[in-house]
Design a protein around this ligand. Structure first.
Ligand code: MG
Length: 238
């Protein structure tokens, strides 16, 4: 069951989403070869604290960091480490959650490290496209399955693998979307097969064929009109 949010809850959620977007801005500006994923976690923590929010993921089920950092064949839930160093040609998925006034914003983005191979560039481009295809279906009167179907149609068109276990609401979910509902839409598409495995660290999810994976996510509000992105930078909170 997805609760419909009050106006006040939505305002605080937008503020949380704004802080998440500030973290992503800092990621985009800072990511380069030679950094560790722990360096990224430190930057994220600094931005979240400077904005008087709490890192949502830290301590969640024992997760030891503020963000998830998943390189190349790692899909989601990678743990930042000083021993994981970004290299030219890598891709890095950064998933960020911030809690502000009791409300959560959650957004993920996959960043290139320097110059990446053309097929990986396409993986990023089409995963982002599938996110926005999904978002366009976040309308009162639609069902959650409309979102999954829109994501899936981009993946199928581009012959990309689609991770089903961690993508939130599955295909066939007939839950009706109502104005005031908020969900995170987060396609994870793979250059290879659909299948993923979990590593022995009990967090990191990896593609079964070790091919690269991308993850793009926004938290989205259904309104009486256009879907509204919650995880963007807003003037009113700067
Ligand atoms: Mg997330």
């Amino acid at each position: 069951m997805i609760n419909r949010k009050s106006r006040d809850e939505i305002k605080r959620m937008k503020h949380a989403g704004h802080i998440v977007a500030l973290v992503h801005k800092a990621m985009k500006e800072n990511i380069k070869a030679g950094m560790s994923t722990k360096d990224l976690d430190d930057i994220a923590m600094e931005v979240i604290h400077a904005n008087k929010a709490v890192p949502t993921f830290l301590g969640y089920n024992g997760f030891p960091a503020s963000i998830c950092t998943s390189i190349n064949e790692n899909v989601v839930h990678g743990i930042p480490s000083k021993d994981v160093i970004l290299k030219e040609g890598d891709i890095i998925s950064v998933d960020v959650g911030a809690t502000y006034g009791g409300m959560v914003g959650d957004s993920a983005w996959t960043y290139p490290v320097g110059k990446i191979a053309p097929e990986i560039e396409n993986l990023l481009k089409f995963t982002e496209e599938s996110l926005f295809a999904g978002i366009s279906q976040m309308r009162a009167g639609n069902v959650l399955d409309d979102i999954s179907s829109a994501v899936e149609s981009v993946a199928n068109r581009e012959h990309l693998g689609i991770v089903r276990q961690y993508g939130g609401h599955g295909v066939g979910d007939k839950t009706l979307i109502k104005s005031g509902m908020v969900i995170a839409i987060e396609p994870m598409l793979n250059l290879g097969c659909d299948e993923v495995i979990q590593l022995p660290d009990e967090w990191t999810v990896q593609t079964a064929d070790k091919k690269p994976s991308a993850h793009f996510e926004h938290t989205v509000l259904a309104t009486d009109g256009e879907p509204e992105l919650m995880t963007i930078i807003r003037e009113e909170f700067l």
